[in-house]
Design a protein around this ligand. Structure first.
Ligand code: SF4
Length: 363
């Protein structure tokens, strides 16, 4: 498989189904290594492209489109052939969705829950995370059977390699040595939401080897912050306006992809240590000051002049931090722009006009 032949989620799912097991996974952070070790393909559910229909009848109108679209996929039968559905405890909305699905709907597969500890991480956080890994491990064994001998070690090897490749992709882009726009960068990185590492690692390696060092957008450098690189036309708009996205602070991207590679000791302890050292995130309870310093560091490392917050409407964790982050960035000489988006709903011409004006202000 080459970067040019990147399969769609649907095609990959069909191709995988015959030979393996699949778990639908809601956002955001979860121990993918455990699923791989059990021979299970995680299919992450962030922004399925479905028209709003039945999900609206089960949710309040002020629930974010990530939750709404995920439920829409489930109700439309898009999870009928998975072996399990995993709900990480990311935010209240997803927690409520997990209860709704498990307690009031008839999900097509068993619901699994995964509780991340929240910052500030006290001494007990590592032990708590390990206990959650053990509980998930038991659930996966019941549903999919035990992990074969050596499978966990192999999963950790994949995880270490992916950590290196993600770090390389971000570092090259920040240094201006990856000549691709935002659309291509995120299309390739988002393929990790559904490709198995056996297929994904060679694909990322080939892309990083073949991608030109020069030739991407040449305009103002920005950071994008928010939940995920969606809607897709936002990335195309940024490329069209020649913005250099030098880094991101997205929940679905750098906040969980730039994880330290798990160490060589006990696998579950290594996964816990890696989790506890992830970049700060609103959904992990990180402090505002930590997030602000992180954002300023990202801007400095890539020479960004401003920050574009692409916030999913009604995303409480992100919206709560937003005013203070903007104030702190302004004090640091980093102007910001806020776009409120719905996943899969085009941002359109008005956002393009605002971005264009923002770019002019930065120049
Ligand atoms: S967009 Fe925000 S509120 Fe919605 S699921 Fe993600 S973190 Fe939760």
């Amino acid at each position: 498989m080459s970067p040019a032949q990147l399969p769609s989620r649907g095609d990959y799912f069909k191709q995988w189904r015959g030979g393996g097991k699949v778990c639908a996974v809601f956002p955001a952070q979860y121990p993918k290594e455990l699923l791989w070790a059990h021979g299970v393909l995680p299919m992450e559910v962030w922004d399925p492209p479905l028209a709003p229909a039945r999900a609206q009848g089960h949710l309040q109108p002020y629930i974010c489109s990530v939750v709404r679209q995920g439920l829409e996929l489930l109700l439309a039968g898009g999870m009928d052939e998975v072996g399990a559905i995993l709900f990480p405890h990311t935010c209240d909305s997803l927690q409520n969705l997990a209860s709704l699905v498990a307690d009031y709907l008839e999900p097509p597969a068993p619901s699994l829950f995964f509780y991340n500890p929240k910052a500030p991480f006290a001494a007990a956080a590592k032990g708590f995370y390990v206990s959650q890994l053990q509980a998930l491990e038991e659930d996966l064994t019941l549903i999919f059977g035990p992990a074969p001998e050596g499978a966990m070690e192999q999963a950790l090897e994949w995880s270490r390699r992916l950590s290196e490749l993600y770090a390389q992709a971000y570092a090259r882009r920040a240094a201006g040595e990856l000549g691709v726009g935002a659309e291509e960068f995120y299309r390739l990185l988002r393929a990790g939401e559904y490709l198995h590492p056996r297929d994904y690692i060679p694909l990322l390696e080939a892309w990083l080897n073949e991608a030109p060092a020069q030739g991407g957008p040449k305009g103002q450098g920005i950071i994008i912050s928010g939940v995920l690189p969606s809607p897709p036309d936002l990335m195309e708009t940024l490329d069209g306006l020649d913005f250099r996205v030098v880094h991101d602070d997205l929940i679905s991207m750098s906040r969980r992809l730039l994880y330290p590679p798990p160490g060589q000791g006990d696998p579950l302890e290594a996964l816990a240590e890696s989790f506890l050292a992830m970049p700060p995130c609103s959904t992990r309870g990180s402090s505002l000051s930590e997030r602000l310093e992180w954002l300023k560091g990202l801007a400095q490392s890539g020479g960004a002049q401003g920050v574009v917050f692409s916030v999913v409407k009604f995303c409480e964790p992100e919206l709560f931090d937003l005013p203070e982050l903007r104030r702190g960035l302004k004090e640091a000489g980093l102007p910001s722009l806020v776009l409120e988006v719905d996943v899969n709903q085009e941002v359109g011409g008005q956002a393009a006009t605002r971005l264009e004006a923002f770019g002019e202000m930065l120049s």
